[in-house]
Design a protein around this ligand. Structure first.
Ligand code: P5A
Length: 440
């Protein structure tokens, strides 16, 4: 992508409305724009990061055996009347009427809708277990939307829904998502700790929130320090192994970890003082097992091996991609801007032409841009005629992991400078060596 033809509206000044660093940097880097309170557009740079985050979420959901579909944002009130949640959900639900005066709503979650899909076609235990997920916008009319896309009214959610014949089966499904979440957050460069949590309007009694420790987090959390160093389930994890996944779950729930709603002061005080962590955190995921809470009132049942009908045991599993992007920034930035983990960076590399219009600089940059693009890299080429200082500031602000800097003096020697955004280390090398670093 040539910066001169891209749309990346950088702000020079610090936006006054932003209270936390991620919100400030997302606005300054031209990633998002607020359209009305708690409702955001994702501008091209932000959209690239969001897509990469969703790509990782999708890969790990698929690895764990979940199947992607797409459900609508608008739902009929009837479904929610069946489950009994239409009245219970309260003011957070945006209720609308269509032209025939039929009550509709903008979905805050999809338990009812997916249960309807399930009951319409699955009739036998032989079709279980089943886990269906989508990545879709949701709307919750939050009392206090704030911190940009961290807590917005319209937001994106990956929501998965599992269906099993028995409670034991449902626990295995829960453990699959538990392990998939550990892997997902790790690949996003984050350390998320599963904590016992309140189930709120989703229901059930088994539930974990995945929390990232951060001073700006909205949740107050309490846990054992050792979680920070626990191993993440690796790529070879067998998601069909009931014992293997139970062992992962048991290990990751063996020490104290709870959000403030579930906090047990006495149990926490039993943890040796030096090992207690009492901190603030950001909830980036939340998983639930709620048994037959929706399947019973909505009549979602299958024929079991005993020939009888059984209401299915269900769970639901949410991740907030539009919250994850600012959470990653909270965990990874410096005074100059964002520092993206390579896995979600909007571009792999930025090529900075220090003197656009200078034949040698232009030729060198074009050569590198073409070679890296051909090698399948996402390359941003700063071909604008801004001052060098502005270009450096922009490259640091948007946090691309590697900068290749081509200035007249180095180029005259057949060389460029390669800068690592995270460490700030700069290295002069031949043009060929700079290319090979990515192509090899
Ligand atoms: C689980 C999937 C649910 O809604 N139903 C389907 C269950 N869970 S939840 O905890 O309420 O939300 C899941 C995740 O969505 C993100 N999230 C938000 N992100 C941004 N702004 C919001 N207002 C918001 N509300 C929820 C969080 O990451 C949460 O863990």
């Amino acid at each position: 992508m040539r910066l001169s033809r891209y749309f990346m509206p950088i702000l020079k000044e610090n936006p006054k409305e932003a209270e936390i660093v991620s919100h400030r940097l997302m606005l300054r880097a031209g990633m998002i724009r607020q359209q009305s309170q708690g409702i955001y557009s994702w501008l091209p740079l932000g959209k690239r990061v969001l897509d990469k985050v969703n790509g990782i979420i999708r890969e790990e959901q698929n690895r764990a055996g979940a199947i992607e579909l797409s459900m609508p944002t608008l739902q009929s009130a009837e479904l929610w009347q069946e489950s009994g949640r239409y009245d219970a959900y309260g003011k957070e639900m945006l209720r609308i009427k269509d032209r025939q005066e039929r009550p509709m709503l903008y979905g805050p979650t999809n338990e009812e809708m997916v249960t309807d899909i399930f009951r319409s076609s699955v009739k036998s235990y032989k079709d279980l277990p089943l886990n269906l997920y989508h990545i879709q916008l949701k709307f919750r009319d939050e009392i206090r939307p704030r911190f940009g896309t961290m807590r917005s009214r319209e937001f994106m959610m990956k929501d998965a829904y599992s269906f099993d014949l028995t409670r034991e089966g449902a626990e295995h499904s829960y453990n699959k998502m538990f392990a998939a979440y550990l892997r997902t957050f790790d690949r996003l460069g984050l350390r998320a700790i599963p904590m016992r949590a309140d189930t709120g309007p989703i229901g059930g009694n088994l539930s974990h929130e995945f929390i990232i420790l951060a001073d700006t987090g909205e949740s107050e959390v309490f846990c054992h320090k050792d979680f920070v160093g626990f191993d993440i389930p690796d790529e070879r994890t067998d998601f069909d192994s009931v014992e293997g996944l139970q062992a992962i779950f048991d290990k990751w729930t063996s020490l104290y970890a709870a959000t403030s709603e579930m906090h047990d002061e006495a149990a926490f005080n039993a943890v040796p003082e030096g090992e207690r962590l009492s901190a603030r955190g950001i909830e980036v995921g939340h998983i639930f097992y709620f048994g037959t809470k929706y399947s019973e009132p909505m009549g979602a049942k299958v024929q079991g091996p005993d020939g009888k009908e059984h209401f299915v045991h269900m769970g639901s599993y949410g991740i907030g991609p539009t919250r994850l992007v600012p959470a990653i920034i909270e965990a990874s930035h410096d005074d100059n801007g964002i520092i993206w983990p390579a896995s979600v960076a909007p571009f792999d590399v930025v090529v900075i032409n220090m003197k656009a219009g200078d034949q040698a600089c232009d030729d060198t940059c074009e050569l590198i841009y073409a070679a890296l693009t051909k090698a399948g890299k996402d390359v941003l080429y700063d071909d604008t005629d801004d001052r060098a200082g502005t270009k450096f500031a922009t490259a640091d602000l948007i946090g691309v992991p590697v900068q290749i800097i081509a200035g007249p003096r180095a180029v005259a020697n057949g060389e460029v400078e390669v800068k690592d955004r995270k460490t700030g280390a700069r290295e002069t090398m031949t043009i060929e060596a700079a290319i090979n670093r990515f192509v090899a």
